[in-house]
Design a protein around this ligand. Structure first.
Ligand code: UD1
Length: 453
């Protein structure tokens, strides 16, 4: 049976205290909405409809970035979860399979759980995802009779006996599409909140002689974000899971709790990641590389056998070939470092290419920016760049060329040439001793006049 998704993302999220719509707050560098869409995408849905309201334009953009086929519909006024799903009616016209309703602020529903709901749909018209908790708080309560879900009662509308129920509504629901919209037509807002509750379709379906049930999952999966504290909890949960997955895949994390991963971090087998490493979005690290402590990587690719850090920064477009070395206090941006090349100490390599086996001396800087435009530096293979060389781009250093330490290189260096671009040294024998004597005498004089004055 085909499935389609309706993802509710119209709420403002007042408790976030933010100008940004709630679903655009990020976990592991991806909006909550993208996480929710990805969770649902695991089912290969026929249609994905996002219901936007607050900040609709920005929400629509994020939805389209995640899935260009997603349709975004507008819920002008937020009149309740039932009303929100109603806005998807037109976008779902002609679809006769199962509609799964997800919340855009609930990022961690697993594929296995959604599959369990779909499996339950074989015997039931409505399937609700529940979780059991000793602290049910203000969640809607699931009233069960055997395997039949008879009603969902919102906390505000519940009596003491109902409030004592610990099986709660996560908000995720699977329902036959035609039935869903038929039932929603009958939902009223005659309740404690004056809202059109999606949850009312359970009782309505039962009254229509249909069958409803609940599938239960761990509470962690249903974690919804509605405050900054909740966002921090979601981030922590994501990190825990992502670290555990990497350990499972054969990555060594010396101190897992100190490593921060992005939603799309890819790390190969037998990579070692030392403590306090941060991965921004878009990082791939190949098998057998080592990322040493306190490094920060973003939008880059590290090949087999490379060693990065400690204290290295790889920015977007950094491309490290096999067996390269990038050492402490080195920043690399939009630059390729070819096989076996080394940039070991205190350097900035930006908008550049460094050839195979080349050694970049300590303190080397590619001066890539003139205040208006960025320029490229090309360094050949087997070159030796002396310490503290300034390479003023655009400039080329040939294969097997060399620069003298402290050089400011402004013109191209042919293959095999040595470039010296600094003032010649002038050594004056004995002058240092004279200078010391003179300075010592001055200091003594100064002290004397202070004592007298
Ligand atoms: C809802 C459920 C409750 C469940 C809880 C789980 C209903 C009536 N209640 O309550 O049983 O335990 O979720 O978190 O469904 N939204 C819209 N448009 C609206 C209203 C809501 O898009 O008009 C979106 C919100 O942005 C949010 C989600 O739907 O992502 C849930 O809405 P919220 O108001 O948080 O529902 P609860 O009252 O918590």
């Amino acid at each position: 049976m085909e499935t389609s998704l309706v993802i509710l993302a119209a709420g403002k999220g007042t408790r976030m205290q933010s100008d940004l719509p709630k679903v655009l707050h990020q976990v592991a560098h991806a909006p909550l909405l993208a996480h929710a869409m990805r969770a649902g995408a695991a089912l290969d849905p026929a249609r994905t409809v996002v219901v936007a309201g607050h900040g609709a334009e920005a929400v629509a953009q994020a939805a389209e970035e995640e899935n260009a086929q997603a349709r975004v519909v507008l819920q002008q006024e937020q009149l309740g979860t039932g009303h929100a799903v109603m806005q998807a009616r037109e976008a779902m016209a002609g679809f006769a399979g199962t509609v799964i309703v997800l919340y855009g602020d609930t990022p961690f529903i697993t594929e296995a759980t959604l599959q369990a709901m779909i499996a339950a749909r074989a015997d039931h018209d409505v399937v609700v995802l529940g979780f059991d908790t000793p602290q049910p708080g203000r969640y809607g309560r699931l009233k069960m009779d055997g395997d039949q879900l008879t009603a969902i009662v919102e906390f505000k509308d519940a009596d003491a006996e109902e409030r004592a129920i610990t099986l709660c509504n996560s908000g995720v629901m699977a329902c036959d599409a035609t039935l869903l919209f038929d039932l929603l037509d009958r939902v009223s807002n005659d309740n404690a909140s004056g809202e059109y509750y999606l949850t009312d379709i359970v009782e309505l379906s039962r009254a229509a002689g249909k069958s409803a049930t609940a599938v239960v999952c761990p509470q962690d999966e249903t974690l919804g974000v509605d405050s900054r504290a909740g966002l921090a909890r979601a981030e922590a949960l994501f990190q825990d899971r992502a670290r555990a997955e990497l350990l499972e895949l054969g990555v060594t994390l010396t101190a897992p709790d100190t490593v921060y991963l992005a939603h799309d971090t890819i790390i190969g087998r037998d990579v070692t990641v030392e403590p306090h490493v941060v991965f921004g979005p878009g990082v791939t690290v190949e098998t057998g590389a080592t990322i040493r402590a306190f490094s920060h990587l973003e939008g880059c690719h590290v090949s087999r056998g490379a060693v990065v850090g400690p204290y290295a920064r790889l920015r977007p477009g950094a491309e490290l070939a096999e067996d390269t070395r990038v050492g402490n206090f080195v920043e690399i941006k939009n630059a390729t470092i070819a096989e076996g090349a080394k940039v070991n100490h205190l350097s900035y390599i930006g908008d550049a290419s460094v050839g195979a086996g080349t050694n970049i001396g300590a303190g080397t800087i590619t001066c890539n920016y003139d205040g208006f435009l960025k320029h490229h530096t090309e360094i050949g293979a087997g070159a030796f760049i002396g310490s503290n060389t300034m390479l003023v781009a655009p400039v080329k250093v040939g294969n097997n060329a060399m620069t003298a330490s402290g050089s400011v290189i402004t013109t191209d260096i042919p293959d095999g040439a040595l470039a010296l671009a600094r003032a010649r040294q002038d050594t004056k024998p004995g002058r240092a001793l004279k200078l010391f004597d003179y300075l010592r005498a001055r200091k003594q004089q100064q002290q004397k006049s202070k004592e007298q004055g």
